[in-house]
Design a binder for this molecule. Structure first.
Ligand SMILES: [Zn+2]
Length: 182
């Protein structure tokens, strides 16, 4: 079970990736387990998904045959990635995270943070998402101008998962906040 603070609900399923599958999965989830009595998912201008009934934030990600969804009262981003050999992408991730070597876990964290902050498709500046070389299961990253982002990482069906949630209060650096996630 993955847990974050503030609370995030998440669901995973095996699914083929076709355009719009994330959005459809979010709508199916909100119909099956509504966040409120007027549950309706819409996409806001920065690409993030939100329930117009109660303001709950939603996010979806697909990789390989895994589709992950997350929702929270705070802006949330989820990223799933199957392990793959992409040296150029790992070098780019390393620069963003201020590291010698990037990993798939770093990549999922960066993608989840881009989604949580409404910057999908953006390319962060080198050193803008400073992460430790070894990423523990949970931690907090401070983004200048944005504040603190809680991150939790784990694995579902052999697929890397990262979930990022904007916190209401600011933190100054990465701080491990739990020992084990799985
Ligand atoms: Zn709602």
């Amino acid at each position: 079970m993955l847990r974050t603070k503030p609370c995030v609900e998440m669901t995973f399923q095996q699914a083929d990736g076709v355009p719009g599958s994330g959005r459809r999965a979010l709508r199916a989830w909100s119909a099956r387990q509504p966040c409120c009595s007027r549950s309706a998912i819409s996409q806001v201008t920065d690409g993030r998904f939100m329930c117009t009934g109660c303001g709950t934030w939603y996010s979806a990600s697909h990789s390989g045959s895994v589709l992950g969804c997350a929702r929270s009262v705070r802006p949330v981003g989820i990223d799933v990635q199957v392990d793959c050999h992409r040296p150029a992408a790992m070098r780019a991730v390393a620069k963003i995270c201020g590291l010698d070597h990037g990993t798939i876990t770093h990549w999922t964290i960066v993608e989840a943070m881009l989604k949580a902050t409404g910057q999908v498709g953006g390319v962060p500046e080198p050193g803008s998402y400073l992460l430790p070389e070894i990423v523990p299961g949970c931690g907090t990253v401070h983004l200048p101008g944005t504040g603190a982002v809680s991150v939790v990482t784990g694995v579902w069906a052999m697929t890397r998962v990262a979930i990022a949630v904007l916190e209401a209060t600011a933190e100054q650096s990465w701080r491990p906040s739990c020992a084990e996630v799985g």
